[in-house]
Design a protein around this ligand. Structure first.
Ligand SMILES: [Zn+2]
Length: 74
């Protein structure tokens, strides 16, 4: 059974990354993020609502080493 971060599984199914690939997302339970399966950006979930904005996305990182990367890239 996979985690959903409290999100509706049906919502997770229809959500797509706002990147060019419009790829599916998978739940990263450890970081409480939705992670794109293509560009690997991480999208936070706030108050049970996924924030699907590229401006808000965490830059792609290796999952086990979230380094102190500067995400101020516009
Ligand atoms: Zn993406």
């Amino acid at each position: 059974m996979s985690e959903t971060l409290g999100l509706d599984p049906l919502l997770l199914e229809i959500l797509a990354c706002p990147c060019e690939a419009h790829a599916a997302l998978e739940v990263d339970g450890a970081r409480q993020l939705l992670v794109c399966t293509v560009c690997f950006r991480g999208f936070p979930v706030r108050d049970g609502i996924p924030v699907m904005l590229l401006d808000e996305a965490l830059p792609p990182t290796t999952r086990d080493a979230p380094g102190p990367q500067d995400s101020a890239e516009a």
